[in-house]
Design a protein around this ligand. Structure first.
Ligand code: ZN
Length: 678
């Protein structure tokens, strides 16, 4: 066997994997998988965990083990050859998984196991996997009679078409608008790089002057910095009416929104849910739309006084700048001015205190202290010189997990930061297979003989991703499909990651993980206090804005009747009346470009941003009570949350850890929204 993607055990051989290995490996494994499915679906008369579910699990693992490194290398050391191999096999894999999830013969067997006498003798984890399978097949329409099944399939196809058209329209409408400035005076206030970019854009389209577009890097600086109010208004108007009836009719998303909501409602009803939100919540931590709306209403009630205060501060400050009224296109501009005046600090200055080694050892120290583990550099084949490999050991010095770090931006590497699974923990007849994680970031590489320096945002990102990594690496689950982050509810996945971010705002932690690159001095306390104040700047306004979007989303998908007399615009206006502190102009068509819920995966799920923040802040508050580096609190978090992975409902894990259901007090306090702060 010479294909490194087919070794099937141990760490990936990154130094040997070549694009030409991909297709033969994936073809082999897919052929094997299809044969296995045929055999299990037709020959297995009395399916059990051992003879049916486990072979499927084993094959998923094998496929993941082979495909994982390909996906990883495609993201971090991309070449045209690898990309071609990746894309070609990606479509084969999606076809395979789609067939697998539609195979009703398999569904029947899973149900047979669920209903068998032996079911209760399975471990709780095995039962959870079987229950998840049955649930997911049902949500895919497996339970429907033939005629309804056909309708379900037609709806799914139509929806995916409409949703992708929605995002195409937003993109086209965004591209369709540009605004040429020909007088230099109009550019007043804009940063030099924004001006240069606008000049280059004009030149590129054979025009003379400065060309502004609705793409964020062009749009945002105008809204934040342009002194010229008319310029801001022009840009704001164009931006907030994208893909609406005010633009090209063929790019208008209004009819698409109505159609998407109608079809989602019909799809949910076919599956016996009262509305789409209920169907969406079937795989989430929140149980009912009412639970979500109550959560949002309570949060709104508590945050609104602070949002009102933020708005009052902003208006008072705006007066000093000569604004008698604050228009929608003035808010970012005045906010930025106020932020500069009250809270500005230089990222460059802060960065000098966060050299890479100090940050990494600070992160490791937190993890080692609270979770009772040890992290050491180790050896493994890697894909690039910048990558490194580490071992995590328990208190007895035994290895429990491994991870790769690949922290610097470079050519051929996808932007952003993420954690990905390399190997998932599970028990096999040969013993326990240890989990391995990829932790990838895009920070600035070292320049010259200076170490890499990270901004505080980057440090926070590193802690965030490491939190996802710990969820994957410290799991003690024995079965593949719910081990680590696998099978964790979608609105609970960010709990460990956002939890870890808190340590970056803890003076006790920061003072020991900072050291000025030239002087070796720790971060000055006064600078830290300024950073903290800046973090909470307009927290009230930002919170109610997120609530506005969340409430709009959940109401559209639960209470709104697309065939009734009200429009979606009525819904958002009602929501704004209830929670917003700044009401945009009536011609604002926010919904028409709200891609998260009309073309992304966030339909009836936008609330999860705030939901996960509440969970993570409340989890962290136990550390505030017991001591920031409390090993007792850490052990509880490790055993009840991190180790459990997807083997039980996230709410159960949370309650086991915290001793009660989540409370939003800690989140509000962390953002300075407590009565004493008023
Ligand atoms: Zn995350």
């Amino acid at each position: 066997m010479s294909n490194p993607l087919l070794i099937g055990k141990g760490l990936p051989q990154f130094d040997q994997i070549k694009p030409e290995h991909v297709s033969p490996a994936i073809d082999t494994l897919l052929t094997e998988g299809r044969a296995l499915i045929e055999q299990l679906a037709t020959k297995q008369a009395s399916p059990s965990w051992e003879n049916f579910a486990l072979p499927l699990e084993n094959h998923s693992e094998k496929l993941g083990r082979s495909w994982g490194p390909v996906g990883h290398m495609n993201a971090v050391v991309n070449t045209p050859e690898l990309r071609e191999a990746y894309n070609e096999n990606l479509s084969k894999l999606s076809a395979y998984y789609s067939d697998l999830s539609q195979d009703e013969r398999l569904y029947q067997k899973f149900k047979q196991i669920q209903n068998s006498d032996d079911f209760t003798s399975l471990t709780a984890t095995q039962q959870k996997i079987i229950n998840n399978e049955v649930r997911d097949f049902k949500l895919g329409g497996a339970e429907l009679p033939e005629d309804k099944k056909a309708r379900y399939k037609a709806i799914s196809q139509e929806l995916s078409k409409l949703c992708s058209q929605f995002s195409d329209n937003v993109l086209d409408a965004t591209n369709d608008f540009s605004h040429l400035v020909t007088e230099e005076a109009v550019l007043s206030g804009l940063p030099e790089d924004a001006i240069q970019a606008a000049k280059a854009a004009a030149k590129e389209s054979d025009q003379v002057g400065w060309l502004f577009t609705l793409h964020f890097p062009s749009y945002l600086p105008v809204m934040q910095y342009a002194d010229n109010q008319a310029l801001r208004e022009t840009m704001y108007r164009a931006y907030s009416t994208r893909a609406s009836e005010f633009g090209k009719p063929e790019l208008d998303n209004t009819p698409l929104i109505a159609e998407i909501l109608k079809l989602r409602g019909e799809e949910a009803q076919l599956l016996d849910f009262a509305n789409y939100a209920e169907a969406s919540l079937a795989t989430k931590m929140a149980d009912t739309p009412k639970q979500v709306t109550d959560f949002l209403a309570t949060l709104a009630q508590r945050a609104k006084p602070f949002a009102e205060q933020d708005m009052a501060d902003l208006k008072a400050y705006a007066k000093t700048l000569g604004f008698d009224t604050l228009n929608a296109w003035d808010i970012s501009y005045v906010s930025e001015k106020l932020r500069q005046e009250k809270y500005a600090f230089s990222d460059q200055e802060v960065k000098q205190y966060f050299p890479e080694d100090k940050v990494k050892s600070g992160l490791f120290k937190v993890v080692e202290t609270i979770f009772g583990v040890q992290i050491d550099l180790a050896e493994a084949p890697i894909w690039h010189d910048n990558a490194s490999f580490y071992q995590i050991s328990n208190a007895q010095g035994q290895a429990v997990a491994y991870f790769y770090f690949d922290l610097y931006a470079r050519k051929g590497k996808r932007g952003g930061a993420w954690m990905d699974e390399c190997i998932t923990r599970r028990k096999t007849p040969q013993g326990v297979e240890l989990p391995v994680a990829y932790l990838t970031c895009n920070f600035s590489a070292p320049i010259g003989d200076k170490p890499a320096l990270f901004t505080h945002d980057e440090v926070e990102t590193l802690f965030h991703e490491f939190g996802h990594g710990l969820h994957h690496m410290l799991t003690q689950v024995d079965e593949y499909s719910v081990s680590g982050i696998k099978g964790v509810e979608w609105d609970a996945v960010e709990l460990p990651s956002q939890f870890m971010e808190n340590f970056c705002w803890e003076w006790e932690v920061l003072k020991n993980m900072t050291s000025h690159v030239d002087t070796g001095e720790p971060l000055p306390r006064a600078l830290f206090d300024k950073m903290l104040a800046a973090k909470n700047y307009q927290a009230g306004m930002q919170t109610v804005r997120q609530i506005e979007f969340s409430l709009f989303d959940i109401r559209l998908h639960s209470e709104f009747d697309p065939n009734g007399s009200k429009t979606t615009q009525d819904v958002i206006e009602q929501v704004r009346k209830e929670v917003a502190v700044s009401i945009p102009p009536t011609w604002n068509r926010f919904a028409n470009s709200f891609g998260h819920i009309f073309s992304g995966g966030y339909a009836a799920g936008y609330y999860s941003y705030k939901w996960a923040e509440v969970l993570s802040a409340d989890a962290y508050s136990l550390f505030e009570e017991m001591g920031v580096l409390s090993q007792e609190a850490g052990t509880r978090f490790k055993t009840e949350v991190l180790e459990q992975g997807g083997s039980r409902p996230a709410m159960e894990s949370f309650v086991a850890f915290r001793g009660r259901e989540p409370s939003m007090d800690a989140l509000l306090r962390h953002h300075g929204m407590t009565d004493s702060a008023m």
